[in-house]
Design a protein around this ligand. Structure first.
Ligand SMILES: Cc1cc2nc3c(=O)[nH]c(=O)nc-3n(C[C@H](O)[C@H](O)[C@H](O)COP(=O)(O)O)c2cc1C
Length: 188
C-alpha cells in the first residue's frame, strides 16, 4: 500500500463517518466491537494512564437505563414524550458507555478526559470502517447518580464520557463543516 493509498483510506473513513440516529435492528457481532475497542485504546494518553473503561451493556443494564431515561422525560415533558422516548430507545441495538479515570490532580483529570475523547473517536472510526454506526450521547440521564451506579461505581468516582449507541445504520445523514480557510489562522 502506498502512502497515498493509506491517506485515501483513512480520509474516506474520517470524512464519511456520521453520527447515526436510526439503526437497523440487528446487533453487530461482539468480535467487531472488541476489534474497535482494541483500536480505541491506541489513543494518545499522557503519562500512559490508559484512563478508559469500556462498559459493554447487556439487556438488564440497558433496560434499566431506558426506564431511568423514560422517567426523566416523563417528569420533564409528560407521558406522551416519555412513551415516544421509551419506544425509540428500546429499539437501539447496541449499547456501550465509556468512562474515564478521575484524579485528585485536576490537570491529570483534564488530560485523561481528553485522551478518552481521542479514544471515543478512534472507536467511532474503527466501527465505521466495519460498516457500524455510532452515536455519542450525553445529557440528563448520563448525569444522574443512578446511571453511574448502574455501571458499578458511585457518582464522581469515574467520569461518564458518553453513552455510545451502535448498530448498522438505517440511514446516514448529511453533515458539513466550515471551509478550511475559516479555521486556519496564519501567523507570521
Ligand atoms: C461530547 C459529545 C457529546 C455529544 N452528545 C450528543 C447528544 O447528547 N445528542 C446528540 O444528538 N448528539 C450528540 N453528539 C453528536 C453530535 O451532535 C454530532 O457529532 C454532530 O452533530 C456532528 O455530526 P457528525 O458526527 O455526523 O459529524 C455528541 C458529540 C460529542 C463529541
Amino acid at each position: 500500500m502506498t502512502m497515498a493509498d493509506r491517506f485515501d483510506a483513512i480520509a474516506d473513513v474520517i470524512r464519511s463517518r456520521r453520527t447515526i440516529e436510526t439503526f437497523r435492528p440487528e446487533v453487530p457481532p461482539r468480535e467487531a466491537i472488541l476489534r474497535a475497542i482494541d483500536l480505541a485504546r491506541w489513543a494518545p494518553n499522557h503519562k500512559h494512564t490508559e484512563p478508559w473503561q469500556f462498559h459493554l451493556l447487556g439487556p438488564e443494564t440497558t433496560d434499566a437505563i431506558v426506564r431511568l431515561n423514560t422517567e426523566l422525560v416523563r417528569l420533564a415533558k409528560g407521558a406522551a414524550a416519555a412513551a415516544a422516548k421509551h419506544s425509540r430507545w428500546s429499539a437501539i441495538p447496541g449499547w456501550m458507555v465509556l468512562s474515564c479515570n478521575v484524579s485528585e490532580d485536576p490537570n491529570r483529570t483534564e488530560e485523561d478526559y481528553a485522551a478518552c475523547c481521542c479514544a471515543a473517536q478512534n472507536l467511532a472510526l474503527a466501527l465505521w470502517a466495519e460498516g457500524i454506526g455510532m452515536k455519542w450521547s450525553t445529557g440528563a440521564v448520563t448525569n444522574t447518580a443512578e446511571f453511574s451506579r448502574l455501571l458499578g461505581f458511585e457518582p464522581g468516582v469515574r467520569r461518564i464520557v458518553g453513552l455510545f449507541w451502535y448498530g448498522y445504520p438505517g440511514s446516514v445523514p448529511e453533515s458539513r463543516r466550515k471551509p478550511v480557510d475559516e479555521i486556519i489562522d496564519n501567523r507570521p
